[in-house]
Design a protein around this ligand. Structure first.
Ligand code: SF4
Length: 62
């Protein structure tokens, strides 16, 4: 599973707080997702971060 953040991100910071292993805030004020496969142990929290995004800016691909 890989995640990425699209242009809808409003920079609320929720994803980086709930799953810092995958999401981080960058200087421009939006979130980015770590490149590459999400480790198995982090899949649940990454999925929660995705569903918690208020603007559905987090997308994923298998
Ligand atoms: S939760 Fe959504 S809107 Fe908030 S920083 Fe993360 S990607 Fe951006």
């Amino acid at each position: 599973m890989k995640y990425f953040v699209n242009d809808s991100c409003i920079g609320c910071g929720l994803c980086a707080m709930s799953c810092p292993e995958v999401f981080e805030m960058i200087d421009s004020g939006v979130a980015i997702a770590t490149e590459g496969e999400v480790p198995v142990g982090v899949l649940d929290t990454a999925a929660q971060a995705q569903s918690g995004c208020p603007v559905n800016a987090i997308e994923n691909e298998d």
